[in-house]
Write a protein that binds this ligand. Structure first.
Ligand SMILES: [Fe+2]
Ligand SMILES: [Fe+2]
Length: 240
């Protein structure tokens, strides 16, 4: 049965704000937890099927900037830190948190701009349980063999990496690909390069990616402000 979300427009009182916030919070967090649980249960055959599916373009060749504009329409329903906040806002919150800490080096800003771009596949009907959240290891190689030898669950991280890897500096491409792993789970399988990148890039990036999220954090900058960085690294049109 559908849950009624409309109440007669009484004035906003602290009680009404608290009541409505609690109700929406409960619905959202319950649904988000269910989506995350389904992603966590993604099996190796399901991941392989998604990897195969996304060898085909989602949009074909399209203006690169259009992809970034689409992020304003993407809401990650698995994310119970952002709630209905768009992925465009998420990008800006990450960058601004980095800037506050003096961490907004170009490589980190570039990673923040592109890291979740694959979530645009949800605008073409992909489910959030396939496209978002953390990725666990499905098959491991020998300890120390390198993450490239392991198989991860599939999500937008893989999609973003596969489309952008040829344009990004190697360490940024690596960061995009692995920004949703558990460092603790993956550490035994990392090779020397993985460990170096994990320490220098993944550890700080995950902190800003996760902990800058808020439905109340209004960005002070616009995506357009960072367009020169996008245009410096990515071509004007891209097959995505
Ligand atoms: Fe992500
Ligand atoms: Fe993110």
């Amino acid at each position: 049965m559908a849950t009624t979300t409309i109440t007669p427009q009484a004035p906003w009182t602290p009680e009404r704000i608290a009541e409505q916030t609690r109700r929406f919070y409960e619905i959202y967090t319950r649904d988000a937890a269910a989506i995350r649980a389904r992603h966590a249960a993604q099996t190796a055959p399901e991941a392989a099927a998604l990897r195969h599916k996304y060898q085909q373009p989602v949009f074909g060749e399209i203006p690169t900037w259009t992809l970034f504009e689409m992020m304003a329409r993407v809401i990650d329903t698995a994310d119970d830190r952002l709630y209905c906040t768009s992925q465009e806002i998420h990008i800006l919150q990450v960058i601004e948190a980095m800037a506050t800490d003096g961490m907004a080096r170009e490589e980190f800003v570039l990673a923040a701009l592109v890291h979740d771009l694959g979530k645009v596949c949800m605008l073409k009907g992909e489910s959030a349980e396939n496209a978002t959240y953390m990725n666990s290891l499905l098959a491991t190689a020998d300890p120390g063999a390198g993450l490239e030898q392991c198989t991860l669950q599939w999500s937008c991280d893989d999609l973003t990496w596969s489309r952008l890897k040829n344009y990004l500096p190697p360490h940024v491409a690596w960061l995009v690909r692995y920004h949703g792993i558990s460092p603790r789970e993956s550490a035994p399988y990392m090779d020397a390069r993985d460990r170096d990148y994990a320490e220098r890039f993944l550890a700080p990036f995950q902190m800003y990616d996760l902990f800058s999220k808020s439905p109340f954090g209004r960005p002070r900058t616009r995506l357009e402000d960072y367009r020169p960085i996008i245009e410096k690294y990515l071509p004007p049109r891209i097959v995505f």
